[in-house]
Each structure stands twice: as C-alpha cells, then as structure tokens.
Design a protein around this ligand. Structure first.
Ligand code: R5P
Length: 313
C-alpha cells in the first residue's frame, strides 16, 4: 500500500451505518458530495485526497436499487481516477442477487451482470454480507469476503433463551442458513415448502419437520415484500407453532411488507441495519441489530492484511 492510509466513504444508501463503522475504526468518514445533473445523472465529488490510499466504499444496493447501484459505480470510478491504491466495495446488501441463474429461457442473470459492472468500474475487492446465494462470490473475478450476520442476530435470540425451539427456513433455498442458526441455538430444524408463481406470489404448501407446540424462528436472508416469511408464519401457526419470530439480515421492506408483517403479528421481527429502516423503524415492528462492528472489524483486517475468516463463523 503506497501510503498505508485507510479511507472510508459512504454512498447515500446507508451513511449512518458508514458513520458507525468509522467510529468503530476510530477514523472520520471521508467527505464525498453527491448531486444530480438536471437530467438526473449522478455526480460525485470526493473532498479528501485518496491518492495511494486503501479506500473502502460503503454502499448497500438497496431500494431505490438502480440509483444506489449506479451511485456505487460512479463512486468507484471517481476514486479510481483519483489514484486510490486499492478500492474495496463494501456492499452490506447486494441487490439484483436473486436472478443468479437462468431459471427459464430468455431471462438475464443479473447477479453476474452487477458483479461485472462493479469489477469493470474498478473495484479490487468486495466485502459483502449474507449474499442471497454464497456462490455469487464466484461471479466476481476479484477477492470477495463474505460475512454472515448470524452472530449479530443470534446474540439477540440467545439472550431470549426461548424454550422448545425450532428454527425454520421459509424455503428450500434457505436450509443452509437455517441449519447454521439451529445448530448454534441447539434447536430443531424445519422447512416450509414454498412455491413461487411470480415475484410477489408465494404459497407455503407443506412443512417438513415438527413445529406443533414449539416456538419457531423463521430465518431468511431478506424480507422484501414480506410474502415469504408471513406466508410461512401463517402455515406454522396452522401447524400448531406457538410463538413465531421473524429473523432476516436484510430489511428490504418494499411494497406492502409492513402491512403484511403487521397482519401476521409475529412475536418479534429481528433484522440488521444493512439497509436503513428510516421511518419504518417507527412502526415499532422491528428489533434492529447493527452489523457495524462486523463490517468495521473486517475492514480493519483487510487493511492490515490479516485473516478475515475468523469473522465468517
Ligand atoms: C428467496 O429466495 C429469498 O431468500 C427470500 O425468501 C425472498 O426473496 C423474500 O422475498 P419476499 O419477502 O418478497 O417474499
């Protein structure tokens, strides 16, 4: 590293998280200004010298996804042209991830497209949290450190010490994540057999595993429209589950997610701050656990070329 100086900048998607990360690191958040040209094009001006620096750009590609993604790309380009020595795109929530394969003919693989865009813009590394599918790491031809928010979310549930617990995945794709939670909570595992007939239409069909009379934690990587978790919660209650908790890393919360969660009336909904909740936090529906320390420690280790894998567990 030419100067061995770390600089952290934030896009406009989650500056509060970026500030908390900087406070953990004991540094000031870098000064960057975002504006729009009259036609809506994004303009960025970085006010700190980054020449020869180890630069970390924090930006979840959360809704509005296209705006935040483009802003990240412009920011990467900006610091690359300002001669940053190394650029790490810190993406606490990686959007466009669900199209990670051709599930049918004539559809894109947007997760790969976005990985290409980030790399082409000039990122040297990526730091991500709970990617929709771990194999998305391989869509990048640059190093990816893939963190898990499990430790942060699990600490909340460990404190509750919930008896007779079962951890439930709302779909087959989430089994690995749910199994990891179940193992660390010493709980049983169950799976909801979810059928998706469109981006918003989901039907929970069967439950594999014993939930009758048990307290359940539904674990998912994200709550987007809220259909998956609330449908699964409804099915669990029909099958005799007592308390039902929702737990997800990324609170995307689009469309009528809030209303669905309110109607489902879970015993708690625990999420991280990978995406800011903004006014939605005032609904009183969410318990938010911060991933500031997780990201801060990963940045510190990447900068010092220390192992990051200790944070993966
Ligand atoms: C699906 O594969 C994901 O893990 C989530 O279950 C899903 O994307 C959540 O979306 P929604 O909240 O719209 O059901």
């Amino acid at each position: 590293m030419a100067k061995n100086v770390m600089q952290v900048f934030s896009g406009s998607a989650n500056p509060d998280l970026a500030k908390r990360v900087c406070s953990y690191l004991g540094i000031d958040l870098g000064r960057a200004e975002f504006s729009r040209f009259p036609d809506g094009e994004i303009d960025v001006k970085v006010h700190d010298d980054v020449r020869g620096c180890d630069v970390f750009l924090i930006q979840p590609t959360a809704p509005p996804v296209n705006e935040h993604l483009m802003e990240l790309l412009v920011l990467i380009d900006c610091v690359r042209r300002a001669s940053a020595e190394r650029i790490t795109a810190v993406i606490p929530y990686f959007g466009y991830a669900r199209q990670d394969r051709k599930a049918e003919g004539r559809v894109p693989i947007t997760a790969k497209l976005v990985a290409n865009l980030i790399t082409t813009a000039g990122a040297d590394r990526v730091l991500a949290v709970d990617l929709h599918a771990p194999q998305i790491q391989g869509f990048f031809d640059i190093p990816v450190d893939h963190l898990h928010a499990a430790k942060v979310l699990l600490s909340h549930f460990k404190k509750l010490d919930i008896p007779n617990l079962v951890v439930v995945s709302p779909d087959v794709g989430g089994i690995k994540m749910a199994r990891a939670y179940a193992k660390r909570l010493g709980a049983e595992l169950a799976i909801v057999d979810k059928r998706r007939s469109g981006p918003k239409d989901v039907e929970a069909v069967h439950v594999i595993g014993d939930v009758d009379g048990r307290n359940a934690i539904l674990v998912d990587d994200m709550i987007s429209t809220g259909t998956s978790v609330t449908e699964a919660a409804r099915t669990l209650r029909e099958r005799g589950a007592r308390k039902v908790y929702l737990c997800a890393t990324h609170a995307v919360l689009c469309a009528d997610a809030l209303e669905k969660i309110r109607r489902a009336s879970p015993d708690a909904t625990v999420v991280t701050d990978s995406i800011p909740l903004g006014a939605k936090a005032e609904s009183g529906l969410f318990t938010v656990r911060s991933i500031d320390t997780l990201i801060g420690e990963a940045i510190r280790r990447i900068h010092r070329s220390e192992s990051v894998s200790v944070l993966f567990n």
